[in-house]
Design a protein around this ligand. Sequence first.
Ligand SMILES: [Zn+2]
Length: 108
Amino acid sequence: MSQEKKYYRKRQNLLAMVSKIKLWPSRKGALHGVREAIPNGAGFQVTTHCGLVFSVRDSANSRASRWLRAKQYAFPCPACRIPEWKMKKYGSTVFSKHMGKTLGSSPE
Ligand SMILES: [Zn+2]
C-alpha cells in the first residue's frame, strides 16, 4: 500500500507550516520535533520536544522555510524522538507551487 501524499502550497507563512508539520530543521542539520509554536510579535516562539526554546521571524523565504520544504536535514534529533509515522508523513508531503492546501487563517 502506498502512502497517501499530502500536498501543501509552497508559499505560505512559516508559522502555519510549522504548526501543521510540527518539525523544525535546525541550522546544524538536526530535525527537531516541535512541541508548540506560539505567535509573538513579528514571528513566533518554538519549543521543541528536546527542550529548545527560540524565537524566529515568520517568513516564507527564511532558511527554515526553505529547508522545511526541501526536507533538508542531516538527522532526526535523537532527543526529540520523532515517531516514525511522523517522519513518513513528512516524507510523503509535497510542497507544490500549483497544488494543495494553503495553511493558516486567511481564506482562499
Ligand atoms: Zn530535538
